[in-house]
Ligand binder design. Structure first.
Ligand SMILES: *[C@@H]1O[C@H](CO)[C@@H](O)[C@H](O)[C@H]1NC(C)=O
Ligand SMILES: *[C@@H]1O[C@H](CO)[C@@H](O)[C@H](O)[C@H]1NC(C)=O
Ligand SMILES: *[C@@H]1O[C@H](CO)[C@@H](O)[C@H](O)[C@H]1NC(C)=O
Ligand SMILES: *[C@@H]1O[C@H](CO)[C@@H](O)[C@H](O)[C@H]1NC(C)=O
Ligand SMILES: *[C@@H]1O[C@H](CO)[C@@H](O)[C@H](O)[C@H]1NC(C)=O
Ligand SMILES: *[C@@H]1O[C@H](CO)[C@@H](O)[C@H](O)[C@H]1NC(C)=O
Ligand SMILES: *[C@@H]1O[C@H](CO)[C@@H](O)[C@H](O)[C@H]1NC(C)=O
Ligand SMILES: *[C@@H]1O[C@H](CO)[C@@H](O)[C@H](O)[C@H]1NC(C)=O
Length: 434
């Protein structure tokens, strides 16, 4: 009975997840911003700010985070290490002597680039705002900077600011809450010091808030059928509707010759296709052995203005519970619900294929994997060999309709199991209500 209930729960949340913010694949995922007040006197305060990316598979790619907040009073940032404010703002009331680093009421802070001068660096700084996910590179999921904050003559001590944003579409940050002060080790771990006060701010991602249109799509094929099922038409856009942002293969459009600002996210310029997606994931059921079957996954970049560094792919398939071997990609199961381990994350191997180059520059990466044919669940019938969901860099990819999946020859016309979501949802709701 219990597995059955869990299954119902799981199907429900996967049916609902695409329309609401909650992510069943990473239910606790968040980015935490921690503020440590290290020292405070009547003139100014020293603060240490850290960002922790506690998400299993979502990373922060270039152009990186842009942390913003609103000061409660007329605070200014006298000095900053490990990051910088994008605008100095109006510091005209500080005449004579050194000017503050930033006088904005609502400053925007960006990470320094790698290779920043040594005397401006701090621990965990200087990655150009890029943050890895917890799974992909646990050594690069933290960012940090320090600052000295003060104000005009009547500065009365530190007040935690409000209204945090990360400058990345899809993330919303909550209010700062005071937590027990952080502790820091010194003298090789023999002594612990602590912050005067510490606050945490939690930011959560929602694809619903993030984007108006999908960013990738899935095409399918199988050794037992010579039909290649393409990405659904207009998966990301319709070709006729955005002619300026699509180029014919091999063409160099004039907009590519313009220099783009590396600090702004470049809107995709894709190779013309009926789906108009910047990224296509192809799932090919390649071979069948007595004990195993083999899948080939190819990720193609159709965006001519972006290299995807540190890309990742999340796939859902019931047979991922018995992955035997994954070639030329890293793989890690993402098991959020105990014994339902049907989800896994793939990412590139450093210096080999961790960069998905822009279209035209061999912009694809591929893997093959061997899966064990688990008795009782394995079948090639009814599109079972195809994935239930695919996410590229955390964005849900558009799948072909189950009715279009490549079929075994002479197979009766039946809907594939992933359409179960639509068919069984009313039924499941009914069961739950009873
Ligand atoms: C943020 O993620 C961390 C690590 O998974 C978790 O311990 C913490 O409870 C999460 N915070 C919130 C508010 O969900
Ligand atoms: C935070 O945002 C609210 C609503 O926009 C605004 O009224 C308030 O003044 C802001 N607080 C700060 C400290 O900027
Ligand atoms: C800068 O701030 C001062 C007061 O602090 C004000 O008098 C002046 O008008 C401001 N200048 C601009 C350009 O906003
Ligand atoms: C955040 O703080 C504001 C003002 O202090 C309050 O109105 C709002 O309800 C708080 N939001 C949450 C989620 O606690
Ligand atoms: C605040 O955030 C830090 C860093 O993520 C974490 O270690 C700490 O447990 C958090 N505190 C609370 C009470 O959530
Ligand atoms: C992508 O990488 C290639 C090879 O390193 C480089 O030539 C190209 O300029 C890069 N493109 C972008 C948009 O950064
Ligand atoms: C999936 O879970 C089963 C049962 O808990 C376990 O035997 C198996 O090794 C797991 N597979 C993977 C790929 O984690
Ligand atoms: C291959 O699959 C397609 C799409 O489902 C189907 O129309 C076609 O009949 C299948 N071909 C064979 C030889 O069964």
């Amino acid at each position: 009975m219990k597995p059955f209930l869990v299954l119902i729960f799981f199907s429900l949340i996967s049916c609902l997840s695409s329309s609401y913010g909650y992510d069943p694949l990473d239910p606790h995922g968040n980015i935490t911003i921690k503020w440590d007040l290290m020292q405070s006197n009547s003139g100014s305060s020293d603060l240490r700010v850290s960002l922790f990316n506690y998400q299993l598979y979502r990373h922060i790619d270039q152009p990186g985070w842009k942390l913003n907040w609103g000061w409660q009073g007329d605070e200014v940032i006298w000095n900053m290490w490990g990051a910088e404010a994008t605008e100095q703002g109006n510091c005209s009331k500080f005449t004579g002597g050194q000017l503050p680093h930033c006088c904005e009421k609502s400053p925007v802070i960006v990470d320094l680039l790698p290779g920043a001068p040594y005397n401006q660096q701090t621990a965990n700084c200087c990655k150009g705002g890029v943050l890895s996910s917890l799974t992909q590179d646990p050594s690069k999921f933290v960012a940090g900077f320090q600052m000295n904050v003060g104000g005009s003559a009547d500065y009365t001590g530190f007040q935690m600011p409000e209204n945090f944003t990360l400058g990345i579409p899809g993330y919303t940050c909550g209010n700062a809450t005071e937590v027990p002060p952080s502790k820091f080790y010194s003298d090789g771990g023999r002594r612990r010091t602590q912050a005067l006060r510490t606050w945490n701010v939690t930011c959560i991602y929602s694809q619903f808030m993030a984007s108006s249109s999908p960013k990738c799509c899935v095409s399918l094929s199988a050794f037992y059928n010579n039909t290649i099922v393409p990405c659904p038409k207009c998966s990301c856009h319709c070709q006729g509707l955005s002619p300026a942002n699509c180029i014919k293969y091999g063409e160099t459009p004039s907009l590519l010759q313009q220099k783009h600002d590396p600090n702004k996210e470049q809107s995709p310029v894709v190779i013309c296709s009926q789906h108009m997606c910047p990224v296509r994931v192809h799932w090919h059921v390649k071979q069948s052995y007595t004990q195993y079957w083999r899948v080939k996954i190819t990720i193609t970049n159709l965006n001519v203005v972006q290299n995807y560094s540190q890309w990742n792919l999340v796939a859902l398939h019931p047979n991922l519970q018995s992955v035997t071997q994954v070639f030329s990609f890293n793989y890690k199961p993402l098991n959020q619900y105990g014994y339902i381990n049907d989800t896994g994350m793939f990412w590139g191997i450093e210096f080999y294929n961790d960069m998905l180059l822009q279209a035209g520059e061999s912009g694809n990466v591929q893997t093959e994997m061997l899966l064990h044919k688990d008795s009782g669940i394995f079948t090639f019938r009814e599109g079972w060999g195809f994935p239930r969901r695919i996410l590229f860099n955390g964005d849900e990819c558009v799948m072909p309709l189950p009715d279009d999946y490549p079929r075994l020859p002479n197979n009766a016309h039946t809907a594939a199991s992933s359409s179960a979501c639509r068919i069984f949802l009313p039924l499941l709701l009914l069961i739950v209500m009873l």
